[in-house]
Design a protein around this ligand. Structure first.
Ligand code: TGC
Ligand code: FAD
Length: 388
C-alpha cells in the first residue's frame, strides 16, 4: 500500500529536531524507493537483500548512535527513528541493522581493544563487513547464563567448543561476536569467517522473518589468539548489556510495523465497499481503527520519552524492557487487526499486515520473550526475582 506519510495523531514528531526529522525522511524514502519493491521477492525466497547493505552504510544507518572510528555518532532518538522507519518496511530489515549496530559494533566499541575498534568499526559502519551475535544456544535461550559453549586457555590462545543457534546474519557474517564460558567466567570473542573449525549454516523452514538470515554457528575446536578476545567484557553482564541497545531499537521498530498495518487497514477500509458503502463507514471497523491508533499513539509517546532519557544518559534496564514488551505486543495486535479488516485479501502477500504479523511473532520472542520482560519489570517493582 503506497502513500505512507507517517502516523502521528498527537503531532509527537513536532518534538523532533530538524536533524532528527531529516534522518526520518531520508530513511522513509529509502524504504519506499529501495526496499519495498524487493521485499516480497526476498520474503518468498527466504533471503536478505544484501545489495542494500552498502546503501545502509552510505546513509549512516549502521551503528548510528555509536561513537568510534568511522561511526556516525548520532543520538539515541535518531537511532530509534531509523529503526521505526526501517521496520515499517520489514522487521528483517530492522533486525539486520539492530544486529550490525547494537549487537556487533556496540560490543566492539564498548569492550574491544583499540586494534579491534580500528579494524572492524569503519568496515562494519560502511557495510563492507557484516557481523552477527552468538549468545543463544539450542538448550539456553531465556537463560543464557547456562551456556555450554566453552573457551579453554591454551598458552596465549583460546580454544572454543560449542554451538550457537537462532543467530541473525549467521551465514552472511564476516565476523561473529561469540560468547563462551571460560574458567574465569563468560567472555566474548571475535571469530572471523574462515577460521578453521568455525562454520555457519541456515535455519530452514521459518515462516517468520523470512527476509532475514537466521542460522547456526558451530565452533569445533576453534583456536583463537588472545587478540581475538574482547578484553573489557567479563561475565554475563557483558552480553546482556548489548541487549539493552538492541531492545531499545526494537521498541521503536515495532511502532513502524504497527503504523504500516494501521495505514494499510485505514486505506483499504476507505476503498473497499460492502453492503453499499465503504468498510470505514461501519462502527465496528471504526472501533478497530481507533483502537489501533490509540495504542500506536501511546507507544509513540512511550518510546519518544525513552529516547530522550537515553540521550540524557539515563539507560535503565527495566524501562527498556517495559517498552519492548508493550510495543511489540501492541504491534502484533495491530497486525492481526489489520489482517482482519482486509478480510481474505489480508492472507495474501499483496498486503503487508500478514507479513508483519508473521515477523512480529519472532520479535515477540527474540531479545527476551514477552514473559521475560514481564519478569524483569516485575522484579524491579517488587524486589522479588521470579525467574527461577
Ligand atoms: P542475572 O543474575 O539477573 O544477571 C547476571 C548479571 O548481568 C546483569 N544484568 C544486566 N546487565 C546489563 N544489562 C542487562 N539487561 C542486564 N540484565 C542482567 C546483572 O545485574 C548481573 O550482574 P552482576 O554484576 O551482578 O553479575 O542473570 P540470570 O541468569 O538470572 O538471567 C536474567 C535474565 C532472564 C533477565 C536474562 O538472562 C535475560 O535477559 N534473558 C533473555 C535472553 C535474551 O534476551 N536473549 C537475546 C539473545 S540475542 C537476540 O535475540 C538477537 S535478535 C536480534 C535481531 O535479529 O534483531
Ligand atoms: P525459551 O527460553 O525456551 O522459552 C520458551 C517459552 O518459555 C517462552 O514463552 C518463554 O517466555 C517461556 N519462559 C522461559 N523462561 C521462563 C521463566 N523463567 N518464566 C516464565 N516463562 C518462561 N539469539 C542470539 O543470540 N542472536 C541472534 O542474533 C538471535 N536472532 C534470532 C532471530 C530469530 C528469528 C529468532 C526467532 C531468535 C533469535 N535469537 C537470537 C534467539 C532468541 O533470543 C531466543 O529465541 C529467545 O531468547 C528465547 O529463547 P528460546 O527460543 O530458547 O525460548
Amino acid at each position: 500500500m503506497t502513500g505512507f506519510t507517517g502516523v502521528d495523531y498527537y503531532r509527537l514528531d513536532e518534538n523532533l529536531s530538524d536533524a532528527e526529522r531529516g534522518v526520518r525522511d531520508v530513511v522513509r524514502s529509502f524504504v519506499d524507493r529501495d526496499f519495498l519493491p524487493l521485499v516480497r521477492e526476498h520474503f518468498h525466497a527466504g533471503t536478505f537483500p544484501t545489495e542494500l547493505i552498502p546503501v545502509l552504510g552510505s546513509l549512516g544507518l549502521l551503528g548510528a548512535s555509536i561513537s568510534g572510528p568511522g561511526c556516525p555518532g548520532l543520538g539515541h532518538t535518531i537511532y530509534g527513528l531509523i529503526c521505526r522507519e526501517l521496520e515499517r518496511g520489514d522487521s528483517g530489515l530492522r533486525s539486520f541493522v539492530s544486529v550490525q549496530g547494537s549487537l556487533v559494533m556496540w560490543p566492539i566499541a564498548t569492550y574491544g581493544s583499540q586494534e579491534q575498534k580500528q579494524r572492524w568499526l569503519p568496515e562494519l559502519a560502511a557495510g563492507r563487513k557484516i557481523g552477527c551475535f552468538g549468545l543463544t544456544e539450542a538448550n539456553h535461550g531465556s537463560d543464557p547464563g547456562g551456556m555450554e559453549t566453552r573457551a579453554e586457555p591454551d598458552g596465549d590462545h583460546w580454544v572454543l567448543r560449542g554451538s550457537k543457534l537462532w543467530i541473525t546474519n549467521a551465514t552472511m557474517a564476516d565476523v561473529a561476536v561469540v560468547w563462551a564460558r571460560a574458567p574465569e567466567g563468560i567472555m566474548g570473542f571475535l571469530v572471523e569467517k574462515g577460521t578453521p573449525g568455525f562454520s555457519a549454516g541456515p535455519v530452514k523452514g521459518k515462516w517468520s522473518l523470512r527476509a532475514s538470515d537466521t542460522g547456526e554457528l558451530v565452533l569445533d575446536e576453534v583456536r583463537l589468539p588472545e587478540a581475538s578476545r574482547l578484553p573489557l567484557a567479563r561475565g554475563l553482564r557483558a552480553p546482556l548489556s548489548c541487549l539493552n541497545e538492541a531492545r531499545y531499537g526494537i521498541a521503536w521498530g515495532a511502532v513502524g510495523a504497527a503504523s504500516d498495518c494501521y495505514h494499510t487497514a485505514l486505506t483499504y477500509s476507505r476503498q473497499r465497499q460492502q453492503f453499499g458503502k465503504p468498510l470505514a463507514g461501519f462502527q465496528l471497523v471504526q472501533a478497530k481503527l481507533v483502537a489501533m491508533l490509540t495504542e500506536i499513539t501511546k507507544a509513540q509517546a512511550l518510546i519518544l520519552q525513552l529516547g530522550r532519557l537515553k540521550d540524557r544518559g539515563i539507560n535503565e534496564v527495566p524501562l527498556v524492557s517495559l517498552a519492548k514488551r508493550n510495543n511489540v505486543a501492541m504491534a502484533l495486535e495491530c497486525a492481526r487487526t489489520a489482517r482482519d479488516i482486509l478480510g481474505a485479501a489480508g492472507v495474501t502477500d499483496e498486503f503487508s499486515p500478514g507479513r508483519h504479523m508473521a515477523n512480529l511473532e519472532s520479535v515477540l520472542t527474540y531479545e527476551g520473550t514477552h514473559d521475560i520482560h514481564t519478569l524483569i519489570v516485575g522484579a524491579d517493582i517488587t524486589g522479588e526475582q521470579a525467574f527461577r
